[in-house]
Write a protein that binds this ligand. Structure first.
Ligand code: IVH
Length: 682
């Protein structure tokens, strides 16, 4: 690159980082996801490494404490100088970087044999704080700031610590020191975050993009009463300055000491041995990530021996004795190509954003839900906007925020339609006006199609070959108007569909015929009664045994069945009261649909695995065939390869490509502990 251009590029990158640092630390309102920020840092660092003549102490890559780890102290709080700087951690994304880290540690401490004892911890996604206790009393709390100077947030921290501003006398022999500095992370639990956003919304106040921002905003309030109203938590993860007592000689003992003094330390921390222990821990937490009560963005490995920590020391920014191993990003930037309205089986209207495909949360995402009209208004999301999308676990990807500074000219606010885009019936509102529904019922082609697709689906009547496209054709060509019409179709009619080979027509005809013999549970599920999923359909079938048994029960009687609540009972009753639904059921029965009676005592125990396709991989504590038997006794089908039809993959130690594939396809992964918990739940 020409040196003039290069200089311009470096300056531009630095300016971008300054801007994003300001939004993140001072305004608590970041505009881009961490993943995008990390990429800018990476690009800039690479350029600065390659062209040392352009390096500068002013560069955001050089600031003590790391650019994204602290940020400048704001002017609204008094300043605190950290007696021991609060440093950042080096980040790694690849296994190879962790292997290098471990090798460097062993070289530097001259360990020729055996493994290093590490402590592995979750990398909490919150804000670093320092707490100073004098003779057991909290006297000062501070944010990390730029690593050297932070903000004095003592008053606010008292509300976070609630009853814990005085240390407990330790059960361990070490006395309470004159001065004890403990460092940790303030964060917000996911359920607290959701509740906070609900109440902010209700009060017409600004909602937060993610728990980290909500925590940052909550902690840096000038009025401690406001902080007190924000549900913040803390986990401590390190000692700072200690005066008047001999600190423990390992990190593991330090954590135990901190805990024994009454301060919160996460139970997820674990002593591990060597590189294998680190990587197994990483995998374990990655599997648990979505079910944890708080967000973590990776794990941290720390050399446990303090004498080794001391001899390893620090680089300008981070300790050589610790390393953060980051998880794949769950938030990414992309562009909105279009906003479309989807009409569901029961008429529910959902706006969906069509996205420029983006790799996030382990899969490529091209659609994200916009939930409802209110959400579109709140986000003010428009076609052409650059947005942040989030995909965490099995949750449907969603748009979390719009990057207003990147909005192109001439965009238009999205107008939520007043009429169903498919059948033009008026849209009506339910549930405090948030849930929009097409009032066209089964006259609406969209609802018709969705209900037929659901009827034919694998877990319902399981009609092979009747995919979405075929249903669309059949309804568009007016060959069928409801699910019962499927059974009046002739082979000739089916063969007359566009792009339908004769053989496929014959196969589909047979598949439809075959589906007539089914179980009561499948049939009930296939009808698409609102609130009746597979499990409820099975419960109804097991308890009432016949279709008449289900249709002839009062709401009250239905509620006597375990697991059937008043809402579900009402929904079932309302469904069977509709003359149209009764008509369709009569048509189905006279077309020859035959419901086999459920066995009273079920052979398979009910569990989350009932009717599911499961793949086993890696080494489990039990033999493969034992695991298979267990699963089969819980109603699962056990197969050997992972595909999009797989429901669960159970991973043991050293799981290889199958686990990777499951992740790519977004198939739910269970580790052995969760697998056993579910099996024992049956
Ligand atoms: S130790 C000298 N342990 O990550 C090392 N930090 O990227 C000090 N963090 O500023 C940090 N969980 O805010 C440590 N278990 C953990 C952590 C953790 C989250 C944060 C902390 C730190 C940042 C560095």
């Amino acid at each position: 690159m020409m040196s003039k251009n290069l200089r311009k590029k470096i300056i531009a990158l630095r300016e971008q980082l300054e801007y994003h640092n300001y939004r993140y630390y001072v305004l608590d309102d970041p505009e881009i996801p961490d993943s995008a920020y990390d990429r800018i840092i990476k690009t800039l660092t690479a350029l600065e490494d390659k062209y040392p003549e352009w390096q500068s102490d002013d560069s955001p890559t050089q600031k003590v404490g790391g650019p994204k780890a602290g940020g400048p102290a704001s002017k609204t709080f008094s300043e605190v100088v950290h007696s021991i700087p609060m440093r950042s951690l080096s980040n790694a994304f690849e296994e190879a970087e962790i292997i290098n880290f471990d090798r460097r540690v062993r070289e530097l401490v001259e360990l020729n044999k055996g493994e290093v004892d590490y402590v592995a911890e979750p990398k909490l996604d919150g804000l670093a704080v320092s707490l100073i206790f004098e003779n057991g009393w909290l006297v000062q709390a501070a944010t990390r700031g730029d690593g050297r100077r932070g903000e004095n947030i003592t008053h606010n921290m008292r509300t976070v610590l609630r009853g814990k501003t005085q240390l407990k006398t330790s059960r361990l022999s070490v006395p309470i020191p004159e001065v004890l500095e403990v460092r940790g992370e303030v964060f917000m639990r996911r359920d607290d975050f959701a509740a906070l956003n609900r109440s902010q919304k209700k009060a017409g106040l600004k909602t937060f993009v993610n728990p980290r921002n909500a925590a940052a905003g909550g902690l840096r309030q000038l009025d401690p009463a406001v902080t007190a109203s924000r549900p913040l938590s803390i986990y401590c993860y390190a000692l700072g300055e200690v005066v008047g007592a001999k600190p423990p000689n390992t990190h593991l003992k330090s954590l135990k000491w901190i805990k024994s003094l009454g301060l919160p330390v996460t139970d997820l921390m674990k002593p591990v041995k060597g590189i294998a222990g680190c990587l197994a821990y990483y995998q374990q937490l990655l599997n648990q990530r979505d079910t944890l009560p708080f967000d973590i963005d990776g794990v941290v490995y720390k050399v446990s021996r303090i004498d080794w920590q001391n001899s390893l020391g620090f680089t300008a920014k981070a300790p050589r004795w610790a390393m953060a191993h980051k998880f794949p990003a769950q938030e990414e930037m992309t562009r909105i190509d279009n906003i479309e309205i989807q009409v569901g089986r029961t008429g529910a209207i959902t706006p969906v954003a069509r996205l420029k495909p983006v790799f996030v949360g382990g899969v490529t995402v091209s659609n994200a839900t916009l939930h409802n009209g209110e959400e579109i208004q709140r986000l003010d999301v428009r076609v052409g906007d650059s947005v942040i999308v989030r995909r965490a676990g099995d949750v449907i990807p969603e748009v979390v925020s719009v990057m207003l500074s990147k909005r192109p000219k001439n965009t238009k606010a999205f107008k939520f339609p007043k009429k169903c885009p498919v059948c033009k019936s008026p849209i009506v509102y339910e549930g405090e006006g948030v849930i929009a529904r097409c009032s066209g019922g089964l006259f609406c082609d969209a609802q018709k199609k969705q209900s037929i697709k659901h009827f034919a689906s694998r877990k319902a009547m399981d009609i092979e070959g009747l995919g979405d496209q075929r249903v669309d054709q059949l309804v568009n060509d007016k060959m069928i108007g409801d699910v019962a019409d499927l059974y009046t179709l002739t082979v000739e009619q089916i063969a007359s569909l566009e792009r339908m080979a004769e053989k496929s027509a014959a196969n589909l005809f047979e598949a439809i015929k075959k589906s007539k013999n089914t179980t009561l549970a499948r049939f009930l599920y296939a009808l698409g009664i609102p609130l009746v999923g597979e499990t409820t359909a099975e419960t109804l079938s097991d308890s009432l045994l016949t279709l008449d048994g289900v249709t002839n029960n009062s709401e009250q009687q239905l509620q006597n069945i375990p697991d059937i609540g008043p809402m579900v009972a009402r929904s079932i009753n309302t469904f069977f009261e509709q003359p149209h639904n009764r008509e369709v059921i009569d048509k189905l029965l006279s077309a020859g649909v035959n419901l086999t009676k459920p066995e009273k005592a079920k052979t398979a125990m009910h569990s989350i695995f009932s009717g599911k396709t499961v793949v086993l991989t890696g080494t489990l504590g039990m033999s493969r065939s034992e695991a298979k038997n267990l699963l089969q006794s819980r109603g699962a089908k056990v197969t050997s390869s992972v595909s999009k039809n797989t429901d669960y993959v159970i991973v043991g130690q050293d799981a290889g490509s199958k686990a990777d594939k499951a992740e790519q396809l977004g198939v739910e992964i269970l580790d052995e502990k969760r697998f056993l918990a579910q099996v024992n739940n049956a």
